[in-house]
Design a protein around this ligand. Structure first.
Ligand SMILES: NC(=O)c1ccc[n+]([C@@H]2O[C@H](COP(=O)([O-])OP(=O)(O)OC[C@H]3O[C@@H](n4cnc5c(N)ncnc54)[C@H](O)[C@@H]3O)[C@@H](O)[C@H]2O)c1
Length: 336
């Protein structure tokens, strides 16, 4: 049984704790730490059977029984927490993004290498049943050589401007998953990015220095082209679709719904809306990514999403930011 410590008891820390207790039979949450440990969270943790509830993450790192740490705290703490955990000899699962700064990410990867621990990054969409099916059709050659990758990724509700200010901007906070998806589905690397963006949803997002609507086009190393369209707010809900078009055909996936019901009436034909947001849409992927992290520890095999997989989407995101500011395509080689 792998004993796990969770740093950060916010939304995603709770998702992982619950997934482990329900679905990961060879792991147990031994401790959870958060400086803002409310009574409500304490009660939730106790009900889940978590024995140790701390306000300081060091109590997790000092616990010799804990073999693996999940870094689920706010983004600005990820790189430091990962470094401390790796130095303490713990295997690390780090939520996305590792950091917004490439030098700090490289430092994390160096420490991980020196410590010899496992390090997995939380790009959960790679474990989603839909996107895995697309990936399979690409890898087994069914659709031939990939030529075009299209990702639609729109949130159901824009975040508050206060969140936007500390988020690193839409490309590093939201599109980062889509940049990872482009790499994952194509099996290739992005070499050039051209981003256009605007503020069409909420003026406060613009005042906070960000955009809420974007189209990003990319050239890949294997010659394929990719396009991502993003909105912070789609009126009909969380819109998560992908298509890979190749030399022998195309493969696409649509949104998951709570049922496949089709209601045909006088005024039209109605179906369910997409599942509301990431907590509804991606629950299966959140538990599968942790299952595979634990399997990699138990079997001493490579983790399915590496530190380099964590670094590359940040690099693409920074190139997209530069492209938006400078109004031109940016090569990734410029980003060194
Ligand atoms: N993979 C995904 O789809 C996904 C989804 C949501 C969030 N995330 C990532 O997870 C991270 C957390 O997001 P969230 O939505 O859970 O945020 P949240 O604000 O709900 O939770 C963050 C928690 O971290 C705690 N924290 C801050 N500093 C800490 C410290 N020093 N030690 C321990 N805990 C500390 C905060 O008190 C808070 O409770 C973010 O980096 C976010 O990008 C990833």
């Amino acid at each position: 049984m792998i004993k796990v410590g969770i740093i950060g008891a916010g939304r995603i820390g709770k998702v992982h704790a619950e997934s482990i207790s329900k679905y990961v039979s060879n792991a147990v949450v031994e401790a959870i730490a958060d400086p803002l440990m409310s009574e409500k969270t304490r009660k939730w943790a106790k009900e889940l059977g978590i024995q140790n509830i701390f306000t300081n993450h060091e109590d997790i790192l000092n616990n010799k029984d804990i073999q693996a740490v999940l870094v689920c705290s706010s983004t600005d703490t990820h790189s430091q927490m990962s470094i401390e955990a790796a130095k303490a000899g713990k295997h690390v699962f780090c939520e996305k993004p590792i950091d917004h700064d490439l030098e700090r990410i490289k430092k994390v990867l160096d420490v991980v290498e020196e410590s010899g621990v496992k390090f997995q990054v939380g790009f959960n969409r790679r474990f989603d049943h839909n996107f895995k099916a697309v990936k399979k059709a690409v890898v087994d050659g069914t659709i031939g050589e990939p030529h075009i990758i299209k990702i639609t990724s729109r949130d159901p509700l824009a975040p508050p401007a206060e969140y936007v200010k500390v988020s690193g901007g839409m490309f590093l906070d939201m599109t980062i998953h889509d940049f990872d998806m482009v790499r994952y589905l194509s099996g290739s690397e992005v070499v050039e990015v051209y981003a256009m963006g605007n503020v069409l949803v909420d003026e406060a997002i613009g005042e906070a220095g960000d955009i809420d609507t974007a189209i990003i086009t990319m050239k890949l190393e294997n010659g394929a082209l990719a396009v991502i369209d993003n909105s912070r707010e789609a009126a009909y809900g969380y819109d998560q679709r992908a298509e890979v078009f190749g030399s022998k055909g195309s493969v696409s996936v649509s949104n998951d719904k709570s049922s496949t019901m089709v209601m045909s009436l006088k005024d039209g034909v109605h179906t369910e809306k997409p599942l509301y947001f990431f907590l509804e849409r991606y629950m299966q992927s959140f538990s599968d990514e942790i299952k595979e992290f634990i399997e990699a520890i138990v079997n001493d095999t490579p983790v399915p999403v590496s530190g380099i997989d964590g670094l590359k989407p940040v690099l693409i995101g920074l190139a997209a930011k530069r492209s938006l500011i400078e109004g031109r395509p940016v090569k990734l080689s410029e980003m060194k």
